[in-house]
Each structure stands twice: as C-alpha cells, then as structure tokens.
Design a protein around this ligand. Structure first.
Ligand code: NAD
Length: 253
C-alpha cells in the first residue's frame, strides 16, 4: 500500500515495487490520477495494481481502503506512508487552519494508515515493513515551512515508536528523508518561494533548494524508490527505527 502514489515519489515507489513483483495498491485522494497510475504500472510490469480513492486524514476512508486491499490481495505486507502537502508561509502569517491541514496529512495520515495496517500485520503473523516519507526537513528546519518541518520531525518519533511496538510482531519501521525532488509538490513551491523571498525562480533552485548539496543536483524519484525497495526487502529486524537521508549531501547526519 502506497499512499499519495498517484503522483511524484509515491508513484515511482509503486512502480518500483511492481517491478519487483509486488501487487501494489495506489491509495490517493486523486482517483483519476491513481487509476491512470495503476493502469500504467500494470501495463508496464504485468503486475496487479489497484487504485483506491483514500483520504489519509479520514479514519473511515483509511480503514475502508485497507479492508479493500485485504479483500483484493489477501494481505498488506508493506505500507509506504507517503501522501503529503507543502505550505509556504512565514509563521506570523500562517492561518491555524493551514497549520492543522498540513499536520493532518502528514501525521494523522501516518498514524491512521499505520494503525490499520498494523492490525492486519499482527493478525497475519507475517510481520511487515512500514516506510514513512520523511524529508531532510525531518532533521533540519527551513524558513517558511513551519508546519511541514514540524510534521516531518514528528514522523521520526512515530517511526521509532512503531519500531519498538512492532518488533515482537516482526514489523519494521523506517523513514526515508529525501532532499528536494522535482515533483509537482516542489515545482509549485519554486514560484511561491520566489514571490515571498523576492528573488528569481532560478535563484530559488540554485541558492535556496540545492545550495548545500555536494553536486547541485536534485534527488530523483528513482533514487528514492530504490531506497524504498531496499528497506522493504530487509529480512531481519536489524534495520528498524532508522532514517535514511537521500539528499545529495545537503545534510550529513
Ligand atoms: P506530489 O504532490 O507529487 O504527490 C503527493 C500525492 O499525495 C498526490 O498524488 C496527492 O493527491 C496525494 N495526497 C495529498 N493529500 C492527500 C490525502 N489527504 N490523502 C491521500 N492522498 C493525498 O508530492 P511528492 O513530492 O511526490 O511528495 C510525496 C511525499 O514526499 C510527501 O510526503 C512529501 O512531503 C515528501 N517529500 C517530498 C520531497 C520533494 O522534494 N518533492 C522531499 C522530501 C519529502
């Protein structure tokens, strides 16, 4: 089950898992795009892909989605909690509703999908792997992104709690922390940041987004998907409660 898989990073992860032979469920708010992604993935890989309209902030929607996956595929072995949103605003101008909306997608979404999948992973006795989409912003802050930075830091805490509670049931939990990836989420931010910071779009890319990378390069969806496959494929509990940063050297902790 990959949330937010109708677009960007989630879509690349769903595709990479299907290449490895996994049946994938594309759980996304945007059903037409989720259906397009599922059709493309099953056509390219010959593996079953299911599109399910899901709002990760809604308890009933998440539980219904996971039940449907169990009905169609028999189990849920890997959850990638990836659905996310960005919001650009200085803190003093931030609306409370926008703060809550960003926290809900990232944190409520991660909790609700985790809980629904854990119930099935525990009951099956087969364990499982949970992968959260964190960010470099799980480790460092940037201006104009307070709710996102807060939520992404919070994901590390949830991951570690799940790693501890899940271990006796054979469930692992890890976080992937990408640097900037050129997806619709980031493409939208470039003009927004240029406007708020009063600089050109080119300078947003060069002097803000990629300034501290070792090579001036964006992280790619393929690089993130490869890391997700690696984390999902681990056979023991050696690698759990960890975060893996893929940021072309932006941060090195
Ligand atoms: P994206 O905008 O391309 O895709 C996000 C997807 O999430 C969309 O398909 C959207 O419909 C879906 N979504 C949004 N709200 C939802 C909800 N309530 N329920 C279900 N689905 C919902 O973005 P992306 O760049 O691929 O981001 C994916 C994840 O990666 C996010 O968690 C993001 O924070 C994280 N991330 C992105 C970058 C980056 O630079 N792009 C860097 C680090 C982390």
């Amino acid at each position: 089950m990959v949330t937010g898989a109708a677009s960007g990073i989630g879509r690349a992860i769903a595709h990479a898992f299907a290449v490895e032979g996994a049946e994938v469920a594309i759980a996304d708010l945007n059903l037409p795009e989720a259906e397009a992604a599922a059709a493309e993935i099953s056509q390219l890989t010959g593996t079953a892909a299911l599109a399910v309209r899901t709002d990760v902030t809604d308890e009933e929607s998440v539980d219904t989605c996971v039940e449907r996956i169990i009905r169609e595929f028999g189990s849920v072995d890997i959850l990638v909690s990836n659905a996310g949103l960005q919001w650009i605003s200085p803190i003093e101008q931030l609306e409370f509703a926008d703060w809550k909306r960003i926290l809900a997608v990232h944190l409520d979404g991660a909790f609700l999908t985790t809980r629904a999948c854990l119930r099935h992973m525990y009951a099956s006795g087969q364990g499982g792997s949970i992968i959260y989409m964190g960010s470099v912003h799980s480790k460092v802050a940037s201006i104009l992104k307070a709710p996102y930075v807060t939520a992404k830091h919070g994901i590390l805490g949830l991951c570690r709690a799940v790693a501890k509670e899940g271990a006796p049931h054979g469930v692992r939990a890890n976080v992937i922390c990408p640097g900037f990836v050129r997806t619709p989420l980031v493409k939208r931010q470039i003009p927004e940041q240029a406007h708020v910071l009063g600089i050109s779009e080119e300078d947003v890319v060069r002097k803000v987004m990629l300034k501290d990378t070792v090579d001036g390069e964006f992280t790619t969806v393929a690089e993130v998907a490869e890391a997700a496959v690696y984390l999902a494929a681990q056979k023991t509990l050696a690698l759990t409660g960890q975060s893996l940063t893929l940021s072309h050297g932006w941060t090195m902790e």
